[in-house]
Ligand binder design. Sequence first.
Ligand SMILES: [Zn+2]
Length: 350
Amino acid sequence: MIIDCHGHYTTEPAGLGVFRDRQLAGLVDATRRPTTTNLGITDDEIRQSLEGAQLKLQRERGTDVTIFSPRASGMAHHVGTAQTSAEWTRICNDLIHRVCTLYPRNFVGVCQLPQSPGVEPRRCGEELERCVTELGFIGCNLNPDPSGGYWRDPPLSDRWWYPLYEKMVDLDVPAMIHVSSSCNPCFHATGAHYINADTSAFMQFLTSDLFRDFPTLKFIIPHGGGAVPYHWGRYRGLAQDMKRPPLSEHLLNNVFFDTCVYHLPGIELLTKVIPIDNILFASEMVGAVRGVDPQTGHNYDDTARYLHQVAALSDQDRCKIFEGNARKVYGRLNSYLERRERLSPVESTA
Ligand SMILES: [Zn+2]
């Protein structure tokens, strides 16, 4: 089985953007606020938005299930107030739920959180619980920098975040560390801000005792872990200088990396440096890099292809990366997969 742990709804029907434009216009002129949260999006529009994109790619690439969340750059927690974020988050999560209901064999949901700069993360607990217990979601995307590139909130190791972590542990859901768009012109969103955040989150974990306080808390660091695997010696050495335990004990029961690295040498390095048990298959399609690599003739984000090409991986290693590790990290994935087993293939494309 191939489980892609990192997919966003980047092909949403136009109704979502129309609502967002009105919501943002309403921040400067209250008369332009949307009068309803009903997007007017039909099931057929949702089907159309996926058939030529994510579903087509799933079929072509042999992906069985995508762990699916709202468009990451669209979260834009820095825009408007906490109320703006809460309203927008609920709408985006509900739309993911509709996708997962229409295609229960293809998608299982991960939610965005109603974060807002300077607002305590404890306030995200209610929406997380709603998504997990009512909508059947199995994780969340946690933005370590809701300010959108200015890093104004405390680091992930701060007690500021603890009430949200307590909720995650209670619900048995992991978080993918995922920033949103950048409003800092120094940081290109997907090329710099994303990778910076992945790297920064890892270092925040390294310098803290977070996982002594939360031994079962789990995070996925996407985009191959940012700069971390490439600089693994630096991080091991820094931990050693700081009298921290070896990274294998200190972080690797709790921190996992995805495979959104868009070339073979990068995947070779990732799978050589990071223990196989800590790597989860992902492509982030349809996402950050949509083109075809002229050197290979294949899409950059066709990451399964690279994993099949790494000669050093055994079949067992690939099995863990494609399926087994996701089942361990997402505590609620197994029961979803059991329900999925009972669905007929016909229902999947209803
Ligand atoms: Zn992403």
